[in-house]
Design a protein. Structure first.
Length: 394
């Protein structure tokens, strides 16, 4: 266990992170580490001197984000007490990092050892166990092969695949009606006379923070721009070489809109958007920066996917986003000796969430939208929570 990420070589750490793991990259976690509202520690697993697994742990003294507040985890998972947060903090996806090339059995063993060490750390602090927010089903299933894990459906991440072929190919992939709408939105934006740029976060963080703060306020979250400036400054210090900010400025050079993104292993990750409603011209600034400008940039820089964060809107699905469910998982110290398996709290929650959006059939690949479990993925009809027991040997 180490107390700071600077103690781990960036290249070795990032070698564990796959294309879906930007929010557990060395750069992103270094920025998160500067948030002093939580103490960070990092569990590391080595095999023959090679780093093969890692798991960040967070003990929050104060939690400003509603998504990570202990009371939310307790309500979502139906548990009591307090837990260490593992995997990532301030993220849209987290997992136990494992080296590529490990056999399935070895990867299971490394993940299990890291989680057992995390449980021991939690116990030392008088905590009930470990919570992993926004975990993919594959990691939930891996944990369930070695120990009991309780999970609840939490959200879904939205990704537009196949954008590397360019804007025209992307538009052709849409339905005829949606393609016509997209072209109209792009034409109105062009006619509005905006000056669209691609900037470094370090060069525009004050304007970006102000605009993102305005959007936060419109959604009922009072996040002052002075706080966002601090957050963006940390991100710029740790990851500015990965940052791409699309900006929309008027004739006087005032920034009216922005989209803050990060590049990671073939994917352009959107982190936040900001707008000043008083300066907008009813020219679809949001979709032009978030999607169309992003697709054009991605295709010109060898990127093939556009990640549009979580809690997807119909608008994102209409523009080609495909969804993957994310689960919040808890591993309890008290249950560590029980039989391995995945217990799903409220098995119907995922389908209830998805049902209003099912008309967008492309967004729900059948192989992803099933309950997690090492077995057939079906809930136990005998109780309110489904349990899928692990098969011996995984």
């Amino acid at each position: 266990m180490v107390d700071a990420l600077r103690e781990v070589d960036r290249g070795q750490w990032n070698a564990l992170a796959g294309p879906d793991d930007f929010y557990q990259s060395h750069e992103w976690l270094t920025a998160v580490e500067q948030d002093r509202t939580a103490r960070c520690r990092y569990l590391l697993s080595y095999l023959d001197g090679r780093l093969v697994g890692a798991l960040p742990l967070y003990r929050a003294a104060f939690e400003g984000s509603p998504s990570y507040r202990p009371e939310r985890f307790r309500a979502l998972l139906g548990v009591t007490g307090d837990y260490l947060v593992a995997g990532a903090r301030r993220c849209y996806r987290s997992t136990v990092l494992l080296a590529p090339g490990l056999s399935s059995a070895a990867a299971d063993e490394v993940a299990a050892e890291l989680l057992r060490a995390a449980l021991a750390s939690a116990a030392e602090e008088g905590l009930e166990g470990v919570v992993l927010p926004y975990a993919p089903a594959s990691m939930v299933e891996r944990i369930g092969r070695s120990m009991p894990v309780t999970v609840a459906y939490d959200s879904a991440e939205a990704v537009v695949p196949g954008v590397g072929s360019g804007l025209e190919e992307y538009l052709r992939s849409l339905s005829g009606k949606r393609r016509h709408t997209a072209r109209k939105e792009m034409a109105r934006y062009a006619a509005a006379g905006w000056h669209t740029g691609t900037e470094q976060l370090a060069d525009c963080l004050s304007d970006a923070a102000r605009l993102v703060s305005l959007v936060e306020q419109r959604h009922g979250r009072d996040t002052p721009d002075i706080l966002l400036r601090r957050v963006f400054r940390r991100q710029a210090e740790a990851a500015d070489h990965r940052a791409v900010v699309f900006t929309c400025r008027d004739e006087q050079g005032r920034m009216a809109a922005c989209s803050v993104n990060y590049v990671w292993q073939g994917t352009l990750y959107n982190r936040s958007v900001g707008f000043d409603q008083a300066l907008l011209k009813d020219s679809f600034e949001y979709f032009n920066l978030l999607v169309y400008r992003a697709v054009a940039h991605a295709s010109g820089h060898g990127l093939d996917r556009l990640h549009l964060s979580v809690e997807p809107s119909r608008a994102k699905l209409q523009r080609g986003a495909v969804l993957s469910p994310l689960w919040t998982a808890v591993v309890s110290g008290a249950a560590a000796g029980d039989r391995p398996g995945v217990r799903v709290v409220d098995p119907g929650a995922m389908e209830r969430w998805a049902e209003p959006l099912r008309s967008y059939a492309h967004a729900f690949p059948a192989d992803r939208w099933t309950l997690p479990g090492p077995g057939p993925g079906q809930p136990d009809p005998a109780g309110p929570a489904g349990t899928v027991q692990a098969r011996p040997g995984g």
